[in-house]
Design a binder for this molecule. Structure first.
Ligand SMILES: [Zn+2]
Length: 307
């Protein structure tokens, strides 16, 4: 291959799709392995343009999809070859009308994760606002506690629950805090390529993969299944699929198009290691919960509906 046509895969791996798209579109984290923003190919105010595992994009509004080359080619109105050239030699213009780069990682921690963890270990969980919050989400405090959930008095500037994030050996490598009111969350730790896990998850024959710790806890309560959840930017850690050879994997997504695309994107990563993979969606998705008046979307909604 001549130097004018460097290897397509090499260029693709050197150009993270999220970084490239981030020059044109303001992105936000939208669940495990997922980022979203307003589509640059059609006019919209509510984001329906998704990135999956930093490799594929798809707009559920206008149907545009592809990889980093397709994106540049469509965005810049150039051929695939020209898009590859621009990405290969770093000649892609960085448009000046784009404000700050997208927030791919969560907010910067103000305290060290060990300090956060140590302090929370001293606070009683039972009877705390954290326990009360989980109870409201249908999760008994004793179950949460057994799964490494703690209460942090004042973590994100307000009362928060903390989820232990574990690495390949089951050791805690980070913590994810979630504010009790509002949607603020933050992952703190030296490494963010970890998972929230229910006890013994890695040893189980059957594992459900959820998008958030609350969903993982809900799956455990609903089906007595071992569950894990991604943390931080939502990408599944690279070390995870190789550990699951021969296991039954349930990718427990939301029951929408984005969930389906997420499943399709991740399935091969597990199958490659000999796992049996299927998708699981909330059986009552779309049904209105009479207590809240809201439709069932995720696994915690499903749990609350059945309460
Ligand atoms: Zn679109």
């Amino acid at each position: 291959m001549s130097s004018n046509f460097p290897d397509t895969n090499a260029i693709r791996s050197q150009n993270d799709l999220a970084q490239v798209v981030g020059r044109y579109v303001e992105l936000e984290v939208a669940g495990a392995g997922r980022l979203r923003g307003c589509c640059p190919f059609h006019s919209e105010k509510t984001p329906s343009f998704y990135l999956f595992s930093h490799q594929h994009f798809k707009c559920f509004g206008c149907g545009q999809s592809g990889d980093v080359f397709d994106f540049v080619s469509k965005m810049e109105g150039v051929s695939f070859i020209e898009a590859k050239k621009r990405l290969g030699n770093g000649a892609l213009p960085c448009p000046t009308h784009i404000p700050a780069p997208p927030t791919l990682t969560e907010a910067k921690p103000t305290r060290s994760w060990r300090e956060v963890l140590q302090k929370s270990a001293l606070l009683p969980f039972e009877g705390s606002k954290g326990a009360e919050y989980l109870q409201k989400r249908g999760i008994p405090p004793e179950v949460a506690k057994r799964c490494g959930v703690r209460f942090a008095g004042n973590y994100l500037g307000r009362a928060s629950v903390l989820f232990a994030i574990r690495g390949p050996t089951g050791k805690t490598i980070a913590v994810q805090g979630r504010a009790i009111s509002g949607d603020a969350k933050m992952t703190v730790g030296p490494r963010k390529d970890g998972l929230f896990m229910t006890p013994g998850a890695l040893e189980s024959r059957r594992i459900a993969i959820a998008e958030a710790p609350i969903d993982a806890l809900s799956l455990l309560l609903l089906f007595d299944v071992s569950a894990v959840a991604t943390c931080g930017s939502g990408n599944l850690p690279e070390w995870f699929p190789p550990l699951l050879s021969g296991k039954d994997i349930l990718i427990a997504t939301d029951a929408d198009n984005a969930g389906e695309a997420y499943f399709e994107a991740w399935k091969p990563h597990f199958e490659q290691h000999g796992a049996n993979v299927r998708r699981l969606t909330a059986p009552n998705a779309g049904k209105i919960n009479p207590k809240t008046g809201k439709p069932v979307k995720d696994w915690n909604d499903e749990l609350l509906l059945r309460k």
